[in-house]
Structures are given as C-alpha cells and as structure tokens.
Ligand binder design. Structure first.
Ligand SMILES: CC/C=C\C/C=C\CCC/C=C/CC(=O)SCCNC(=O)CCNC(=O)[C@H](O)C(C)(C)COP(=O)(O)OP(=O)(O)OC[C@H]1O[C@@H](n2cnc3c(N)ncnc32)[C@H](O)[C@@H]1OP(=O)(O)O
Length: 316
C-alpha cells in the first residue's frame, strides 16, 4: 500500500512539474543544446519530439567522479523543472558507456571530498531512478558497475553488440550497496540477480538481452537512439501523471529505503573504504587498469602480427 504521505509528496511534485510555465522549457528549446560546466554532461533537446539526449562526456571512459556526478545531478534537476518529455542517456565515447565509479575517488580518498562524492552518487540515483519523466539508455559501449547502475535506472535499454554490462563489484573485492542490488532486482529475475551479483558477472550484449538486462540490440549509436525514441513515444498517448505516479509507486520502496537511511549508507560506505582489505583490493585494481592500458599498444601489435601470419599461412 502506498502511504498517503508518499502519494501526496509525489502528486505535488508531479503537478508542480506539469504546472511549470513553458518559459523555462522554451529557453532550452530555443538554444536546442545546453552544456554543463566543463561540458561533462551534454544536453540536446530534440525540437520535434521534446526528448533530451543526455551525453556523459568525460573521456576516456566516463568514470564517475564528483564533478561528473554533480553535473549529472543538476541536469536531472533541470529536466525535472522543465517538465521534460523524456530522456535518452548515452555516452560521447565510441566504446564505453561508463566505466562506473572513478576508482580514484575510492582509493586513498580525501574524506571531505569522498563524502560529497558519495552524497552526489546517492542524489543521482534517487533523481534518475525516481524521475517523473520517462528514461531510456542508449548503451553505446561497455557499462560495468556504476555504468550498469545508471542504465538500469532507465526504463528501457538499447545496447550495441559486443560490449559488456553488469555489476562486477565482487570481482573487485567490494560489495555493491543495497540500492545497486535493488535496481538489479527490479530489472532481471531475482535468482538471476543473486547469481549475477555474487559472481560479479559481466554479460555480453547477446546474453544481456536473453537475461532481460537490456531490451534491444542496435546496429550503431544512431539506431540505439532511434530505438529509444520509439520506446519513449509510446508514452505520448498515456496521461503523464498516471504514468509518472505508477513508475514512482513501483520504485517507491527502494527509493524510500535510501531516502530514510542516507547517513547510515554514507557511514557504511566510509567503514567499507576505510577497511585495509578493501583499500588493498582497490590499489591492485588501479594498478591492473593502468598496466592493461599501457600494454594496449603491445597487445594490438601482437594481434596485427598474428593476422599477418594467418593470411600468409592461408596463401601457402
Ligand atoms: C559494505 C560495502 C563494501 C565495500 C564498499 C566499497 C566501495 C563502495 C563502492 C561500491 C560501488 C562500486 C561501483 C563501481 O562503479 S566501481 C568501478 C568499477 N568499474 C570497473 O571495474 C571498470 C574498470 N574499467 C574497465 O573495465 C575498462 O576500463 C573499460 C572496459 C571500461 C574500458 O576499457 P578500455 O580498454 O577502453 O580502456 P582502458 O585502457 O581500460 O582505460 C582507459 C583509462 O581509463 C582508466 N579507467 C578505466 N576505468 C576506470 C575507473 N572505473 N576509474 C578510474 N579510471 C578508470 C584506466 O586506468 C586508463 O587510464 P590510464 O592508465 O590510461 O591513465
């Protein structure tokens, strides 16, 4: 049962967005695209559909640091205030949707900054998962951990072939927060979610589709955005308030659980990242990522040479 407090709060919020004058929205429409500070998140509003394409833009891998999360959080506020008709979340990278949380925020953190960082992540999740406007993700690259989280917060996911998606935290020796788990439980069957979470499994696009972690596969980014638009257009015939309240009621328990325990969640996070074993795992992971990145040219050269040998063998 929905508490009357909840219904009242959300109804007020939704009516509030409906009543917002179109003036603010027109400002965005007129300019067509808006960029946040440092252009970490780009927003382009399609004049015809009214849908906003929100592009995460922090090269090389859109790892989620404090600045990117703060920028995303204020974009979500703007979309809400401007009574957005729908949002498509994507990435400016050609191979990575988002690499998840920036490990540098977790490894040997500055306590003042990490408090802001985690609070910002909580904000983004609450705003995205509970948004009154409909959302879809055009997953145009790998989406591990926090990348998968943001994609799962959206109501529809379209992904390009041959990438990977999943909550891989256990592989890093860390535990996904309960609200990460709740988002996955809301997306795929319960038992599959438990297996995926405990194994820290990353799914290839085809397997993600079979599991229901994504809804469609697209040929390229344009196709993914087009498929997201088709999904969002389905809502044009549905009364806005009824749609938004239904979505928010469906997700209410998960959201309230975090809303009511934000400080406890922060303290748990502090406790976890202060654990020397967690720091040691993170340290090893940072070193592994750096090594992998440096080895790339060598691995590519080996691949290239292998290709030459193979074609020579075929000729002979
Ligand atoms: C009770 C609670 C217990 C514990 C709680 C503890 C903590 C709580 C937090 C828990 C939640 C965590 C959620 C997360 O999101 S953790 C982040 C997980 N992310 C990953 O594992 C992804 C790692 N990255 C990759 O797999 C690849 O980079 C990727 C497939 C995304 C792209 O591969 P590609 O080959 O294209 O690029 P790379 O050469 O690997 O990387 C390029 C440079 O980017 C740096 N990089 C990559 N990922 C990250 C990252 N997540 N954070 C920071 N930096 C990252 C990489 O090191 C390269 O940098 P350079 O070496 O070139 O400088």
């Amino acid at each position: 049962m929905l508490s009357s407090k909840f219904i009242h709060a959300f109804t007020r919020q939704i009516y509030h967005t409906n009543l917002i004058t179109s003036a603010t929205f027109n400002v965005i429409k007129k300019h067509n695209s808006t960029h946040t500070k440092n252009d970490l998140v780009l927003v382009d509003v399609n004049d015809k559909t009214g849908f906003s394409i929100v592009t995460l833009n922090r090269p090389p891998v859109n790892s989620l640091n404090l600045e990117l999360l703060s920028a995303f959080s204020s974009v979500l506020d703007d979309l809400h205030k401007n009574n957005s008709r729908g949002m498509i979340l994507t990435s400016s990278s050609s191979t990575v949707f988002s690499a998840g949380l920036d490990i540098n925020e977790l490894y040997k953190p500055d306590m003042d900054r990490v408090r802001k960082f985690w609070t910002s992540l909580q904000d983004c999740w609450i705003k995205l998962y509970g948004s009154s406007f409909p959302t879809a993700a055009a997953i145009n690259g790998h989406a591990p951990a926090g990348g998968c989280l943001f994609a799962m917060c959206c109501e529809y996911r379209v992904m390009l072939p041959k990438y990977t998606i999943g909550l891989n935290e256990t592989q890093l020796g860390i535990v996904a927060p309960t609200w990460f788990m709740a988002t996955m439980k809301n997306t795929i069957p319960l038992r599959q979610a438990e297996l995926a979470l405990t194994l820290g499994k990353m799914f290839k696009t085809d397997d993600a589709l079979k599991l229901g972690l994504i809804d469609e596969i697209a040929e390229n980014k344009e196709d993914a955005i087009h498929k997201c638009e088709i999904f969002l257009k389905k809502y044009q015939k549905i009364p806005q308030t009824a749609r938004a309240l239904t979505k928010q009621s469906y997700r209410k328990n998960d959201i309230m659980e975090l809303e009511n325990n934000r400080e406890a969640d922060l303290q748990l996070f502090f406790l976890a990242i202060s654990d020397p074993r967690v720091q040691s795992s993170l340290g090893k992971y940072v070193a592994f990522l750096k090594l992998k990145s440096r080895m790339k040219p060598i691995l590519e050269a080996v691949k290239f040479l292998k290709g030459i040998f193979k074609s020579k063998k075929k000729k002979n």
